[in-house]
Design a protein around this ligand. Structure first.
Ligand code: NAP
Length: 291
């Protein structure tokens, strides 16, 4: 039986990859800060959930021993970006190289660049560089925003629409090319059987780009909660985000507003690698937003 370690594998993307790999006969190790949070994955018969500090290099080395594949997925929208996005991928890559793990996959983000407008994207770029330096054959994926059941994207909009008679929307013209979670999983799992994907970086996008206003309006229409949308000028967008930073699970930060100043869309004609077909948002979103 093949073995895979998913660092940051207890979240939305990691959970979906774990389900697919478990179905394909992998034995999975899923480290977490709190096992309680990963309860939903305990149903996978070949998944072992372990409490571990993945920032500790000795702990990482122990987790890597005997693994055929390591997938690096830790990410956050607020918190210590330098530690989680920039330093951790380097630690993971060094441990994987030292232990001799044959494949390393890293999930970064579309738009990661050293000169990107947000700390999220700049630290994602630093993490890619640190990972590549230590493990040049790693395969890196850069998804645009990901949709699917359990997402923190359209589902979040639907939740907010339930509460608000009118939507004051930051960055209504920001552009995204959302990609379906199962297409992201498909690209990651397919890459394991494609040696030519080693050392490569692949953007992952859906078939169409939308403005944020279009996505919120679509969510309203599909979830049966159409609402008037009022686009906020940039200064008010920053004020709204700053206020939301005081909420424990606030839906937006000022760094998100920085991120949205550049389009989050794929370079021309690129959606998914390996000849995979990207699934339209409209084919999936109604299955989990309707009603
Ligand atoms: N979702 C999207 O739309 C999207 C789009 C582009 C890129 N991505 C990238 O895809 C990756 C997975 O995203 P996701 O949506 O699955 O995120 P998620 O649901 O929030 O899961 C985050 C994972 O990272 C771990 N984690 C978070 N902060 C950590 C920290 N400080 N130390 C150690 N572990 C930590 C969590 O583990 P615990 O069990 O310990 O909480 C969890 O396993 C991230 O790198 C993200 O940047 C996501």
């Amino acid at each position: 039986m093949k073995r895979a370690l998913l660092v940051g594998g207890t979240g939305f993307v990691g959970g979906a990859i774990a389900r697919r790999l478990a179905g394909a006969g992998f034995f999975l190790t899923l480290p977490t800060r709190r096992a309680e949070r990963a309860k939903a994955l305990t149903v996978l018969p070949t998944a072992q959930i372990v409490e571990a500090d993945v920032h500790d290099e000795a702990a990482l080395a122990r987790l890597m021993a005997g693994q055929d594949v390591v997938i690096s997925l830790v990410g956050m929208l607020k918190g210590d970006f330098r530690r989680g996005h920039a330093e951790l991928p380097g630690k993971i890559a060094r441990a994987a190289a030292d232990v001799g793990v044959p494949r390393l996959i890293h999930i970064s983000a579309l738009g990661a660049a050293p000169d990107a407008p947000s700390a999220y994207l700049r630290t994602k770029a630093a993490g890619e560089a640190a990972l590549r330096a230590a493990y040049p054959a790693a395969t890196i994926f850069q998804p645009s925003v990901i949709f699917g059941r359990g997402d923190s994207f359209l589902t979040l909009f639907a939740g907010l629409l339930k509460l608000a008679p009118v939507v004051p929307l930051a960055c209504p013209d920001a552009r995204f090319q959302p990609v379906w979670i199962e297409d992201v999983v498909g690209a990651v799992v397919t890459s394991l059987g494609r040696p030519e994907s080693q050392g490569r970086t692949y953007p992952l996008c859906g078939p169409r780009a939308y403005t944020l206003r279009e996505l919120v309006a679509y969510t309203g229409a599909v979830s049966g909660q159409p609402r008037p949308i009022i686009g906020l000028p940039l200064a008010l967008a920053y004020l709204q985000a700053w206020l939301m930073e005081f909420l424990p699970n606030g839906p937006m930060t000022r760094d998100n507003v920085h991120s949205m100043q550049v389009p989050n869309v794929c370079p021309a004609d690129c959606t998914l690698p390996f000849g995979l077909a990207a699934t339209p948002l409209e084919a999936v979103a109604p299955t989990y937003l309707a009603g």
